[in-house]
Design a protein around this ligand. Structure first.
Ligand SMILES: NC(=O)c1ccc[n+]([C@@H]2O[C@H](COP(=O)([O-])OP(=O)(O)OC[C@H]3O[C@@H](n4cnc5c(N)ncnc54)[C@H](O)[C@@H]3O)[C@@H](O)[C@H]2O)c1
Ligand SMILES: O=C(O)C[C@H](O)C(=O)O
Length: 322
């Protein structure tokens, strides 16, 4: 399995590092426009190979925008992870990044797809739902091969905040004791943590937590990325990188795991012509199946609002690409 990770910054280097440590890839190509940057990150990761006991080869490549041959070393990649672009600063929304990142993502995808026409693309750059939609439309790849990462990260944060609330309520819960999923757009205001199906050791969390405690978990999950951006001065990378690596692993090992991912809807959930987070089965063909949950009441209305927010951002794409 050959994986290319575009963008050797905080998230991209973390994806490469986690992938190397998992030891299932033969090659990980790390690409950046900053001269020497990807090469340096790759060398640093490779110098942990003996310490962490992995055989994956990580190689750094500098590729300038528009350099026709820049992506030649990435040729024949099975998966391309796109993290290139600007992260937000404290006080910003992800959607405000569209003006800078749409052009970067389009340029990167155009170059990467030329050398890896059979690859599955995993999109990380923000605003992620819209960057996934842009990648799909621009590349004309089939929808099973263009998948955005947001749901795995948001669900991981949801589990973390649920474990904290359970701890406060007197239970010694860790995130691995909890099952929980976030669907909808990767958006501070409209993502949908599904409290109705979240469980602690198989028992609904509603048995342990008050409505107020659950409302607080939902609120913290929704602004999970903004909270970290406030603390770090730039956006997070460890959990985002691990989330993307988990998706690559499901594809590489053909594990058919159910994961919340951003994919193109064509009638599922009553929606068409946009990419948004829903549960899917991930395997060797990428998104192999969309799992349709029977959303009801409040959660249905919130999902619809999240879809509308993603559509509103998609509507700004033409302007952003000018
Ligand atoms: N979807 C998610 O869950 C999620 C999570 C975290 C971050 N993000 C997004 O991922 C992106 C990257 O975040 P980061 O923290 O790694 O930022 P970063 O600034 O640390 O790294 C971005 C890298 O992209 C590179 N780059 C820019 N244009 C490029 C191009 N044309 N080709 C190749 N490389 C290019 C930059 O040189 C830089 O090294 C941001 O847009 C951020 O908002 C998304
Ligand atoms: O919050 C951000 O801007 C980065 C990322 O989308 C995250 O959720 O960590």
């Amino acid at each position: 399995m050959k994986v290319t990770v575009v963008g050797a910054g905080n998230v991209g280097a973390t994806v490469a590092n986690v992938l190397a440590g998992k030891n299932f890839c033969s090659e990980v190509m790390l690409v950046d426009i900053k001269k020497g940057y990807a090469e340096g990150k790759a060398m640093d990761i490779m110098q942990t190979s003996h310490l962490l006991n992995f055989d994956t080869t990580v190689i750094g490549v500098t590729a300038e925008i528009g350099d026709e041959n820049g992506y030649a070393p990435t040729a024949g990649s099975d998966v391309v992870v796109v993290t290139s672009g600007m992260p937000r600063k404290p006080g910003m929304t992800r959607e405000e990044l569209i003006g800078v990142n749409a052009k970067i993502v389009k340029g990167v995808v155009d170059q990467a797809v030329k050398y890896s026409p059979n690859a599955i693309f995993i999109i990380i750059s923000n605003p992620m739902d819209t960057m996934t939609f842009l990648t799909l439309k621009d590349s004309k790849l089939p929808r099973n091969r263009v998948i955005g990462q947001g749901g795995m990260l948001d669900s991981s944060r949801f589990r973390y905040f649920l474990s904290k609330a359970l701890e406060k309520a007197g239970y010694k819960a860790t995130p691995t004791d909890i099952d929980g999923m976030v669907i909808g757009g990767h958006n501070d205001k409209t993502m949908v943590p599904l409290t109705s199906i979240a469980t602690y050791r198989g028992i609904p969390v509603t048995e342990f937590l008050s409505k107020e405690a659950l409302d607080d978990v939902v609120a913290q999950t929704k602004v999970g990325g903004a909270t970290l951006t406030g603390l770090l001065g730039t956006s997070a990378w460890y959990a985002p990188g691990a989330a993307a690596a988990a998706m690559v692993e499901a594809i590489a090992l053909d594990s058919k795991k159910l994961m919340p991912c951003c994919v193109y809807l064509d009638g599922e959930y009553g929606e068409k012509d946009l990419c948004v987070g829903v549960p899917v089965i991930l395997g060797k063909d990428g998104m192999e199946k969309i799992v349709e949950l029977k959303l009801e009441g409040d959660e249905k209305a919130k999902f619809e609002a999240s879809v509308q927010a993603a559509r509103d951002t998609n509507a700004k794409l033409d302007e952003a690409l000018k």
